[in-house]
Structures are given as C-alpha cells and as structure tokens.
Design a protein around this ligand. Structure first.
Ligand code: PGA
Length: 263
C-alpha cells in the first residue's frame, strides 16, 4: 500500500489524472473503474481538458462505474448515470456502448448483477479503479459489514450514508434507500487502485482503512489486501495517521529515486 499526502486536493487530482493519461497513452483500450461523488470531479475536469485541449482520445476506453441507485431512472438528476454524463461522458469522445453501470432497474437484478461481473471479465478486467471513501469507510456502496469477498449486488444504504447524501434531496422521501454496487471482491480484482480522500470528514475512515485491522466494519481496510493500491490524501484526511512521517519520507525517497533514474 502506498500513501501519498498531498498539499491539497488539487495536487491529488493532478497525480491521479497523470497516471490515467499515462496508462491511456500506452493502452488506448484502457478499462477504467469510475467513481461518483464530489471527490473525483477534479480528475474528470482534467480528463475533459486533456481531451479538448490536447486531443486525448477516449474512443476505445471502456468504463465500469462503481454503483447506481436502484430507485432512480437514468435521467433522474440524482442518478449516477446523469452525474457521469454531466461530469465526464458528455464532454469526451467515449462510445456509448463502452459505458457500463451495475444493473439497478427492472426484474431479476441478482441475475443481471452476475452477468455484469461477466461483462467486466469479458472487457479484460479493470485496469485502473478510481475510488472515493465514505465517512463510514464504504467503498462503492459496500457499507460496513459488507463481505470482503462480495461481488456486484444490491445493498441497502446505512443511515450515515443517507445523512451524508441528504443534501441532494429537497424531499427526503425521494432519497433512494437501496443501490447496486460492485462488490469488494470485484474492486480487489482491479489491477491498480487509486483511492482519493480529502478533508477532515474522511480522516477517521482513512485511519481505519490504512492502519486499522482488516475488517468488514471498515470496508476500505480490505484494500490492504491489494498489491497495487495508492491512497491519495490531503493534510486533513491524513491527519490521524500514525505513520504520516513515514509516508512523507517514502514519497520523497520515491521521487528522488525517480529523478536519479531519469537523470
Ligand atoms: P464523496 O463521496 O466523494 O462525495 O465524499 C465518497 C463516497 O461516499 O464514497
């Protein structure tokens, strides 16, 4: 596990965007696992900029979003399909048929979720999975006590998640209680994972995920079992980390080695 403590969220977004663009330059048919929420928005803005200003081509990229609300249709202003259209897909040259969301509508959702896992496999697996983290430690909508081996399925949202997202709903009765999400096992299958967390509201979840015991009570802690994961943090979200000086030192040393090797 790598932990990068940035001076602010913008530096974090720059690091994440650079890694995506570098991977894309080597593999035009990159398979990206994407997240919604406020955390990844600046990365998406930077990717749009790379497309519009530098002509970066997304036409062969495939995307698999982490989650979607079950009780909202695709055009609902709060659906994650709307979010992704507004914040990324509508602004780059991605093909509609290359965009995937976990099944969230209609009958036989359990069977459709299994087929979704097959679609990810057929695409060759996720190359880079972007993650945020909930203040309760959820990744995707894998709420606390989710099986660490879970696959794509329907989850009931916790009161904490509902409270964190209630600002988006004028009428509380409209807020969805249930969502479909890639499982923790599905996320761990990605070849590379980049988790961004910014702000003091995330400090407890970051501490538990990075330094706590692996526990389904803090789903982010499952990432300790992944061989190639980086937590990209700012000073506030990293504030509770006991090992913060070590993480700073290992970043400095890593950058020094990189410089020496390219000099
Ligand atoms: P946020 O949500 O990016 O809006 O903080 C993250 C999450 O709940 O996973």
């Amino acid at each position: 596990m790598q932990v990068v403590v940035c001076k602010n969220a913008s530096e974090g977004a720059e690091i994440v965007t650079e890694e995506i663009l570098s991977a894309l330059s080597k593999k035009p048919e990159l398979v990206l696992g994407l997240a919604t929420g406020s955390t990844p928005i600046e990365v998406y803005e930077r990717l749009i900029c790379a497309h519009k200003e530098d002509g970066v081509d997304f036409s062969s990229v495939q995307t698999f979003n982490l989650d979607e609300y079950c009780e909202l249709n695709a055009d609902h202003p709060q659906s994650y399909r709307t979010f992704m259209r507004e914040h990324l897909f509508g602004e780059i040259n991605i093909s509609e048929e290359n965009i995937h969301f976990p099944p969230s509508e209609g009958p036989e959702l359990a069977e459709k979720c299994l087929r979704h896992e097959e679609e990810i496999r057929q695409a060759g697996g996720i190359d880079i999975q972007l993650l945020g983290i909930g203040s309760n430690g959820h990744i995707g909508f894998n709420e606390p006590t989710s099986s660490l081996a879970s696959r794509t399925r329907i989850k009931t949202l916790t009161e904490k998640t509902l409270r964190d997202n209630s600002r988006f709903y004028e009428d509380p009765s409209e807020q969805p209680q249930v969502a479909s999400t890639l499982g923790i096992g599905t996320i761990l299958d990605a070849r590379r994972i980049l988790l961004q967390a910014y702000g003091d509201k995330k400090a407890e979840a970051v501490k538990a995920s990075v330094e706590g015991p692996i526990s389904s009570f803090w789903p982010g802690s499952a990432l300790q079992m992944h061989a190639d994961v980086t937590f990209v943090l700012d000073e506030s979200s990293a504030a509770h980390l006991e090992m913060i000086d070590y993480f700073r030192k290992s970043r400095t040393e890593g950058l020094r080695l990189q410089k020496d090797n390219t000099a």
